[in-house]
Design a protein around this ligand. Structure first.
Ligand code: SAH
Length: 506
């Protein structure tokens, strides 16, 4: 067990975060291709696929036709057979750290999780220090490092620690649930299965820890005070991608009077419509030039799958781009691209309802808070942001399905819109740059305290480099690319949370 004070910058300073500067440039995945190039069934039968999941996807697409990007992404990340997070991982392989594919902030420096722990303590104080009914909920906890740092920090605030009823961990991966249990409860601790999920007991106290694979399985009780954290979770949720196309008049008869079309009176206009990007196998013999692969990826094999624009209107295209005024405003712009993440809306509205209540689930007194940390633009709609990462390098998201980490930029304003729509009892603060958040939370001072306790000069400079990486404001730096968004009980904007311009009010 690591002590509260001794330590460190964690392994992997030289390794890539999921959104490193060098991986940032975006490219369009050849959206203008039509589907005429989809391979025939015969062509597919003799083909050797890179992974069992690739074969399964190709077979399914042969039957159903090209699938939405979101379906492809969901299968690649969380399919039972061979999903990146959920498939059986060969012994010793890990998504995180030097031997894995990427590194995340809690794995870079313990200071990150400690400051998030402090953020929740400050919120608990500002909300009248409830003596019971507090819950900690983390979605997408990875190795469990962040929750471990949060719990270790909260342990120093005895009244808050004893107010916590339970910790809930929402995790799709069986392997990662076990890794989290080992870290938070000890390797020898048992994990008991029940209807609600998997249970064990925290090594720091006898706090129950409950795992589930979906937020829906976490009990929703309006008398509780939930403190929710999501770090690099939303970027792993499947996105749909759409593009505006101009549909020629011959396909879209419009009458001058607006009534039903008739051959003699019809005035024909081109119209702009949203079309969905869909995934299908790449025909054998396709070259990088055909696909428009960026130069930096041309040394790889040609990906087995391709993203193309659906030639006709799909079900999702008829309602998702109409679901927000932000998307609707772009329909008049030729070739406009948007990414929409319905799962992000489900999670964000769940958080809002737990904190602020809703008509269906009233809460007499809003309480709790959520902190979402992830990468994405502060105020624009993401486009072409899907990326694949493997062994700390950028790879095509359409190669080796299940072996490549896929992620996409988070649309923070879409989260704010969803949250405020879901509950009148909440308000949002941010998004603000991670650098701003961590600096106002006192990262420099906390790191200085740590370095003072360390004698080894190399360790000292490791700690220094690690925390500075988290707040790096250079182009593509983590301090600028990553953002923080807070959801609080509605207070008419009178109280700002710490890290977002506010002080602790007790
Ligand atoms: N928060 C961690 C891990 C980020 S990686 C960190 O910062 O280190 C994304 C995490 O979300 C992994 O734990 C992954 O298994 C989990 N995850 C991805 N998609 C999920 C889903 N649909 N439901 C639940 N967990 C998911």
């Amino acid at each position: 067990m690591r002590s509260a004070i001794v330590c460190t910058a964690r392994a992997g300073l030289g390794y890539a975060s999921r959104r490193p500067a060098s991986l940032a440039p975006k490219f369009i995945y050849h959206s203008s291709r039509t589907l005429s190039a989809t391979p025939s069934r015969r062509e597919e039968e003799g083909r050797k696929w890179s992974t069992p999941l690739a074969k399964q996807l190709a077979e399914a697409i042969n039957i159903t036709g090209p699938i939405p990007l979101a379906s492809y992404m969901r299968m690649c990340l969380t399919a039972d057979v061979g999903g990146y997070y959920t498939g059986a991982i060969e012994a010793g392989r890990d998504q995180f750290g030097p031997k894995g594919d990427f590194i995340t902030s809690p794995e870079i420096s313990q200071v990150f999780g400690e400051l998030i722990g402090i953020w929740f303590v400050a919120e608990w104080m500002s909300q009248g220090r409830p003596r019971s009914g507090v819950e900690l909920i983390e979605v997408g906890p990875g190795r469990g490092t962040l929750m471990d740092d949060i719990l270790r920090t909260i342990r120093n605030f005895k009244d808050m620690a004893s107010a916590i009823d339970a910790v809930y961990m929402v995790e799709a991966s069986k392997e990662l649930r076990v890794a989290q249990k080992n870290l938070l409860c000890g390797e020898d601790a048992a994990m008991r299965e029940s209807k609600e999920g998997w249970h064990s007991t925290c090594k720091y106290s006898d706090l129950p820890i409950v795992w589930s694979d979906s937020i829906k399985a976490v009990p929703h009780n309006s008398s509780k005070t939930p403190f929710i954290v999501a770090h690099e979770f939303f970027d792993a949720l499947p996105i749909h991608a759409f593009q505006v196309v101009e549909v020629p008049p011959t396909q879209q008869p419009v009458t001058s009077s607006g009534s039903s079309p008739s051959a003699s009176t019809t005035t024909l206009f081109p119209t702009r419509q949203w079309r969905e990007m869909v995934v299908s196998p790449t025909p054998e013999g396709t070259t990088h030039a055909d696909l428009g692969t960026p130069k930096s990826l041309q040394h790889e094999r040609v990906p087995e799958f391709q993203l193309t624009l659906s030639p006709s209107k799909t079900r999702h295209a008829s309602y998702l781009p109409e679901s927000s005024p932000r998307y609707r405003a772009l329909r008049s712009i030729p070739d406009a691209l948007i990414e929409v993440c319905p799962d992000a809306s489900l999670y964000a509205s769940d958080f809002a309802t737990r904190i602020g209540g809703s008509e269906a689930k009233p809460k007499p007194r809003p309480s709790g808070a959520a902190l979402i940390l992830d990468y994405g633009p502060a105020d624009t709609i993401p486009m072409n942001s899907l990326r694949g990462i493997r062994h700390h390098a950028r790879v095509s998201p359409f190669a080796d399905p299940g072996l490549v980490d896929l992620s996409a930029d988070v649309d923070f304003l879409a989260l704010v819109e969803t949250v405020t729509r879901a509950s009148e009892g909440v308000e949002c603060h941010g998004p603000i740059d991670q650098a701003h958040f961590l600096e106002s939370m006192g990262i420099a001072q906390r790191a200085e305290m740590l370095t003072k306790k360390v004698v080894d000069i190399n360790k000292k400079s490791e700690i220094e480099r690690a925390w500075k990486r988290l707040v790096d404001r250079g182009p593509g730096g983590m301090g600028k690319v990553y953002k923080a968004l807070a959801i609080l009980p509605e207070n008419g904007g009178r109280r700002r949370p710490v890290g977002f311009g506010g002080d602790v009010s007790t």
